[in-house]
Design a protein around this ligand. Structure first.
Ligand code: AMP
Ligand code: MG
Length: 418
C-alpha cells in the first residue's frame, strides 16, 4: 500500500501583503514553511535507492562491527603485555574473517589471526605480524602493548538500533554502504517527483525544424528537462504551446492529471501575449512574485487543479536562475527532501563591479587560478554565457563596490546538481 500526503494548500504561494519587491531570503523562507511532501512512499532494495529521498529514519539492524574483531593480521592473546621481550606458544589453527575459531585460547598462549576475524574466546589483544618473529610453534616479540591493541570493539562504529540515516536525506553511495553493513536491505523512499516542463511562445521552434527569420529555437526545454533529471526528479516533456489561451488551458488540464509539478517558461509577465500569467490569474490561484532578483522578472506561482505551477521567465538565463534558486528547493521539499541550501564558497573576485542596492544579483561565473571570473556581459539573453559559466556569483541585496581580490560568494553548478 502506498500512502500519499495531502496536496499543497491553496494559499501556499501567497506573499505577505504590501511588499512591492520581496527580498530573495524572505521568498525562500516562505517557500520553506509552506512546502510539504506531495509524493507517496515505496520500499526499494538498496541497489535502486541511490538519489532517492528517505521517507523514514533508518535504524541499524545490527551493530558494526557485529563482534569484536582484529584490525590487522597478527597474533592474538589475552591481556596487556609489559615492556621487554616475550615468547608465547601458539595454539593450533587460526582465526580468519568469516571463519569463527570455535576453541578458546588459554592464557599465556597466542593464536594466528587475520584482519576482520572475530576475536576467539580468550583473545583481547593482537600484535602486528610485522612486530613478531615466528619460530616453531611459538612467537617472540617486544612489549609493551595495551590490552585491546589492534582490535575493534563490537558496535564501535554503529550500535544496533541507532538511527543511521534520517528522513529527508537524499541517498548517497556511502549511505548504501552504511545501510548494507548494518543489516538493512531495503529503504522506504518517496516516489520520484514528476515534474512537467512546458514551453510557451508563438516564436518557438523545435531543434532540427526549419526556423523562419522571426522564429527562435526552444532552448529552455532541453535545458530544464535534463536539469530536472540530474536533480533526481522524473522529468516529463509537456512540449510547446502557442500563445493561445485555450491551447494552454488544455495542456495544463492534461498535465495536472499526470504530474506533481509543472514548470512553464515564457508568457509569465503582464504583456499582451503573456497568456500563462493571464490564464493563471483568471483561474483565481495566481500569485505573482515580484522578487528583488536579477536576472529574473516576475515569477508566476499558482496551483492548477491542485498542482503547483512555476511560471518561469522565458529568457533562458532568468529561467535557469529562477529554477535553481526557487524551484529547486521547492521541488525538493515536495519530493520529501530536507530544505537544500546550495553550498557556496567565499573566494577572491577576479573582477570589479559596482552594484546598486535593493536586489540580489546572480552573475554567470567560473573559477580560474583561484579567482572568480564573471562573464563579459550581464545581458540576460546571452545563452553562451550560461554555457561558459561553471557556477554563479551571488551578490547580496545591498550596494556593493567589489574590487579584484575582494571575497565573493561563488556557488559551483555542482552545488545545484547541474
Ligand atoms: P516571454 O517571457 O515569453 O516574454 O519571453 C522572454 C524572452 O525569452 C523572449 O525573447 C522569448 O522569445 C524568449 N524565450 C521564451 N521562451 C523561450 C524558450 N523556450 N527558449 C528560448 N527563448 C525563449
Ligand atoms: Mg512569450
Amino acid at each position: 500500500m502506498t500512502l500519499k500526503p495531502p496536496p499543497l494548500r491553496n494559499d501556499c504561494f501567497a506573499l505577505p501583503a504590501c511588499v512591492n519587491w520581496t527580498p530573495v531570503d524572505q521568498a525562500l523562507a516562505l517557500l520553506k514553511t509552506r512546502i510539504t511532501p506531495v509524493t507517496g512512499v515505496e520500499t526499494v532494495p538498496l541497489a535502486q535507492a541511490l538519489g532517492r529521498v528517505l521517507a523514514q529514519d533508518v535504524l541499524a539492524q545490527r551493530s558494526n562491527p557485529p563482534l569484536p574483531n582484529t584490525a590487522v593480521d597478527g597474533y592474538g592473546f589475552a591481556g596487556a603485555v609489559a615492556e621487554g621481550e616475550h615468547i608465547l606458544p601458539l595454539v593450533a589453527g587460526r582465526a580468519a574473517a568469516g571463519l569463527a575459531y570455535d576453541g578458546s585460547v588459554p592464557a599465556g598462549q597466542a593464536i594466528r589471526i587475520l584482519t576482520g576475524a572475530a576475536l576467539p574466546a580468550g583473545v583481547e589483544t593482537v600484535i602486528l605480524e610485522e612486530d613478531v618473529t615466528l619460530g616453531a610453534g611459538e612467537i617472540a616479540f617486544r612489549g609493551p602493548l595495551k590490552r585491546g591493541a589492534n582490535t575493534r570493539k563490537a558496535g564501535e562504529d554503529v550500535e544496533a538500533g541507532e538511527v543511521i540515516l534520517s528522513q529527508g536525506r537524499v541517498v548517497t553511495p556511502a549511505d548504501l554502504a552504511l545501510a548494507a553493513a548494518t543489516g538493512v536491505s531495503t529503504l522506504e523512499v518517496h516516489l520520484r517527483l514528476r515534474v512537467g516542463v512546458l514551453s510557451t511562445g508563438d516564436e518557438l521552434r523545435e531543434a532540427g525544424e526549419e526556423a523562419a527569420p522571426g522564429q527562435i529555437y526552444d532552448a529552455n526545454r532541453p535545458m530544464l528537462l535534463t536539469l530536472l533529471a540530474q536533480m533526481g526528479f522524473e522529468a516529463i516533456d509537456l512540449g510547446r504551446v502557442h500563445d493561445n489561451r485555450a491551447a494552454l488551458q488544455d495542456r495544463l488540464d492534461a498535465a495536472a492529471a499526470e504530474v506533481d509539478v509543472i514548470l512553464t517558461s515564457g508568457g509569465a509577465s503582464a504583456g499582451d501575449e503573456d497568456h500563462v500569467s493571464a490564464l493563471l490569474r483568471d483561474s483565481g490561484a495566481l500569485q505573482e512574485w515580484r522578487i528583488a532578483l536579477k536576472p529574473g522578472r516576475p515569477l508566476a506561482l499558482a496551483l492548477w487543479q491542485g498542482v503547483p505551477v512555476f511560471g518561469l521567465p522565458g529568457n533562458p538565463v532568468a529561467a535557469l536562475v529562477c529554477t535553481l534558486i526557487f524551484a529547486r528547493p521547492a521541488m525538493g521539499g515536495m519530493a520529501g527532501a530536507r530544505w537544500q541550501e546550495p553550498l557556496g564558497y567565499q573566494l577572491p573576485a577576479g573582477f570589479a563591479k559596482h552594484k546598486k542596492p535593493g536586489r540580489r544579483e546572480f552573475l554567470r561565473a567560473r573559477l580560474r587560478d583561484g579567482q572568480v571570473e564573471v562573464f563579459k556581459s550581464e545581458g540576460s539573453g546571452r545563452i553562451s554565457g550560461l554555457s561558459w559559466a561553471e557556477g554563479l556569483v551571488e551578490l547580496g541585496d545591498g550596494a556593493l563596490e567589489i574590487r579584484p581580490g575582494d571575497p565573493v560568494r561563488y556557488i559551483p553548478f555542482e552545488s545545484f546538481h547541474l
